[in-house]
Design a protein around this ligand. Structure first.
Ligand SMILES: [Fe+2]
Ligand SMILES: [Fe+2]
Length: 279
């Protein structure tokens, strides 16, 4: 049976994770794979993983995570911000991997047809704790607690003046693209961050949620007719339901996170045909 499958947060800088990726295979040669960001910080690693996967799956769809967008001192590719993103998009184009810049493909297999929309909308510090009025205040709290995302050092927004400004530009462009989708088809929305805030509420460090999405996407799963939303970043793999829409957090995560779990790491999540009924 052909399936639309998903995974994220491969973090192949870890050798154990790289070995897991080497073993990722479709059950059928017609399966598609959604890769929801955080493959690696290094462009050569991203290329290695996406090349391998694109040779195995009928179609691979990728969205950037924050780690791909880091300009890490250990990476020979020192491009920043938008230029770095465009470089990755070009690399995907050469591999035949679908990115947020391509026409949205239609999954016509079991559970379809649906429009598969890879999104890149970043975050803007609006997932703030109760009583915290501004991004500046939220950042100060995170610094006080010592819970600061490494993005603050390595994720440069160039040529935008700030990460929220880049996020706003991406939100505007993405809304335009989604509004132009065929209205009669449901969508599978793929984004590194959850489009709604609720999945972040169980995170241990609530100061960290400001790096996990934007309030600007809070109604997209309803407005844009989502069958399922696929995301990662939180490293809390699970299924939740919001307004009757299935949200799948599909991360592999770091070895220290997956090692203690009972389930074997690197299982691909089945998005379509849908294995769940609404609860
Ligand atoms: Fe991650
Ligand atoms: Fe991430």
């Amino acid at each position: 049976m052909t399936s639309l499958l998903a995974i994220s947060d491969l973090h192949i800088g870890y050798q154990e994770n790289r070995r897991i990726v080497e073993e990722l295979r479709p059950a059928s040669g017609t399966d598609w794979l959604l890769v929801a960001g955080d493959v690696s910080e290094k462009v050569a690693d991203v290329e290695w993983a996406l090349r391998l996967l694109s040779e195995r799956f009928a179609k691979v769809v990728w969205v950037p995570g924050n780690h791909e967008l880091w300009t890490h001192p250990g990476d020979p590719v020192q491009l920043r911000g938008e230029e770095r993103y465009r470089h990755l998009v070009k690399l995907c184009g050469d591999l035949g991997v679908v990115t947020p810049e391509d026409p949205y493909p239609v999954w016509d297999g079991p559970g379809g047809p649906v429009t598969v929309a890879p999104l890149f909308v970043l975050y803007d510090y609006t997932f703030r704790m109760p009583g915290v009025a501004t991004a500046e205040e939220a950042l100060a709290l995170a610094y006080d607690k010592g819970v600061v995302c490494t993005d603050e050092m390595f994720l440069h927004p160039d040529p935008y003046p700030s990460r929220p400004a880049w996020c706003s530009a991406r939100v505007a462009e993405t809304e335009r693209r989604l509004a132009a989708c065929p209205p009669d088809l449901p969508t599978v929305l793929v984004n590194h961050y959850p489009l709604v805030r609720e999945p972040t509420l169980i995170m241990h460090h609530q100061e960290f949620t400001i790096w996990c999405g934007t309030e600007q996407t809070a109604d997209w799963h309803v407005r844009f007719n989502a069958h399922t939303v696929v995301y990662g970043h939180l490293h809390i793999p699970r299924t939740t339901w919001h307004d009757g829409v299935r949200f799948e957090e599909v991360s592999l995560g770091y070895p220290r996170e997956w090692r203690p779990r009972a389930t074997p790491p690197g299982r691909l999540r089945e998005i379509l045909p849908a294995p769940h009924a609404a609860t």
